[in-house]
Design a protein around this ligand. Sequence first.
Ligand code: PEP
Ligand code: MN
Length: 355
Amino acid sequence: MIIMKAEATKEEIANVVKEIKKYGLKADVSRGEYRTVIGLIGDESRVDFSHFATLPGVKEARPIETPYKLISLEYGQRFAGEGERRQIPVGGVTIGGDEPVFIAGPCTVESKEQLFRIAEAVKAAGAHILRGGVFKPRSSVHSFQGLGANGREEAEEALSWLREAGDKLGMPVVTEVRGEAQIDLVARYADIIQIGARNMYNQDLLSSVARKGKPILFKRHFGAGVDEFLSFAEYIAAEGNKDIILCERGILPIGKSKNYTRYTFDLASVPAIQKETYLPVLADPSHATGRRDLIFNMSCAAIAAGANGLMIETHYDPSQALVDAQQMITPEELKEVITACQRIHQLMAPVMQRG
Ligand code: PEP
Ligand code: MN
């Protein structure tokens, strides 16, 4: 990490970047209100930081010891200021702002009628962002794969419904990209691109999606430690895209006894991640628990843990949903969840310890 002096000139910054490139490394130039910080991307073990410290315009030069530097609290606060966290504005909604953000919608887009009916209901319930899967990651090739599996035309049609519903209701939309071939298409319609849990380790996908420059909803793999999760988020940041919304969605349960929940909701990871990085952290009680009867309690718990928002699967008739029916709640229940979460947030906000 190279911290420039407040009065450093453009030429001095360019000179530091040139010196970094001599090592075969890339430079991440982050300009804050007060100063510019430059991160080194790549293997910096051969870098002579004392040399950088002598360059004109440089205030301080030293290595950062974690595998995730560009998203680290330390790096972010050098250019953004003490206590500053990343706020990600998307279509009139701010993720990581003062209020928790609620993403809701079906697991999977099934028809235009289904999507619009759910979209209108979740909007009325207080949700800010609309979700809906078109390219679904499924454990079995024999189960419904989402409309994205029916060829490009149907995929595009389903994505256009999301866009239309979002525009009609004034809600930004998020949907998943499952493979590189889908990126251009999804980026044309979505405000936020989701990278699902199963793709957390797919570094080529992360880099390619990051280069689209859109905010990314990045879900933790169910087998990943927090450090690994953040290390892979760094692949997105290394492409110059720091609009990363991290999402805890449950990790694999342990023990041979009956699994009471689909995954184990690792809520301690939420404040723990917020102490490591300046990025916003959401939680997904739907996939984490896999149980609609636990969504209310676990949503409240996630907000109490300091989550910057929630993603909740919602359907007007959960039993009819083709995917994840067991974890869907109704729009009426969603309204109760949002109301309770907002009250909990209000109680906690003045005393919340973040970072
Ligand atoms: C989803 O949010 O649609 C989803 C499939 O979640 P995850 O990737 O966390 O399993
Ligand atoms: Mn789902």
